[in-house]
Design a protein around this ligand. Structure first.
Ligand SMILES: Nc1ncnc2c1ncn2[C@@H]1O[C@H](C[S@+](CC[C@H]([NH3+])C(=O)[O-])CC(=O)[O-])[C@@H](O)[C@H]1O
Ligand SMILES: O=C(O)C(=O)Cc1ccccc1
Length: 247
């Protein structure tokens, strides 16, 4: 993947446009996500390990909002279950194009990878096949809040017995003190990764209209409302967490 450093918000902008997954972001995305999301490499690698425990023979593993395919590649490397296929879906054409290139390059480096299909499309309009694993790795937070329950309900309907949804998200906190503490620590994490105060401030204003985090309680209640029977947090680093939701 590209090693280009993220300098998107380094210069002062007269007006900060809403954040979009366009060509400029795609070019620096691996650097951006690693320096912005505490625990991201741990979550991605372990998603493969978790998925291997839930994968059912002859089923689909979905990576929804796949970006450059980091989760897809972890799934392909770790899951050995007979007849499984990974379907990666993203609605950014720039992401999908780079994702296909990256995954093709991986084919020659590993043996016995699961087959993969990369689909350019809106996950809200997807006709789900019977699935054993669905990964929403930092994608639900970009879906309009009023659409989230319907999407999770459709995922729940497509999940086979023994399968799981793995949902990673930035969290907000209903307790003001907890919210401020973890937000400040996240800013310190970004600063320690070389982002300036200007970059941090401009990025925050770029994402505030397009990325709306929920609290852990809101996630749990909505997942139960969507028909999931059990919600188990398996990872949290500062204000970023990942949950397993069982059908
Ligand atoms: N309606 C939609 N339909 C399809 N894709 C969408 C939609 N809305 C947003 N996206 C896509 O969801 C992805 C979210 S990034 C996921 C990281 C990845 N999972 C990773 O583990 O590297 C999260 C982040 O950058 O914080 C982008 O590629 C969007 O184009
Ligand atoms: O940068 C942030 O503050 C985030 O919350 C995470 C993020 C990472 C990559 C794209 C958009 C948001």
């Amino acid at each position: 993947m590209s090693k280009e450093p993220d300098r998107i918000f380094a210069q002062p902008l007269a007006q900060v446009p809403d954040f979009a997954f366009n060509e400029d972001v795609v070019r620096v995305f691996p650097d951006m996500i690693k320096r912005s999301v505490p625990g991201y490499p741990t979550i991605v690698e372990n998603l493969g390990v978790l998925a291997a425990q839930f994968a059912q023979p002859n089923s689909v593993l979905y990576d929804l909002g796949s970006s450059l395919g980091a989760v897809t590649q972890a799934l392909r490397r770790h899951v050995r279950t007979e007849g499984c296929q990974v379907i990666a879906v993203d609605n950014s054409s720039a992401m999908v194009e780079r994702c296909r290139e990256y995954l093709n390059a991986q084919n020659s480096m590993y043996q016995e990878l699961l087959p993969v299909k990369v689909v350019e499309g809106d996950i809200l309009a997807l006709a789900f096949k019977p699935a054993s694993v669905v990964a929403l790795n930092f994608t639900l937070q970009f879906i309009a809040p009023e659409q989230r329950l319907a999407l999770l309900s459709r995922i729940r309907q497509s999940l086979l017995p023994g399968g799981a949804l793995i949902l990673s998200e930035k969290l907000r906190f209903s307790d003001d003190e907890e919210h401020t503490l973890l937000t400040d620590l996240h800013i310190a994490f970004k600063r320690a990764n070389g982002y300036s105060d200007l970059e941090i401030a401009q990025k925050r204003s770029a994402i505030e209209n397009v990325m709306k985090p929920d609290s852990l309680e809101e996630h749990r209640e909505r997942l139960l409302a969507a028909g999931f029977s059990k919600v188990v947090p398996w990872f949290q680093c500062l204000n970023f967490a990942s949950l397993i939701a069982l059908p």
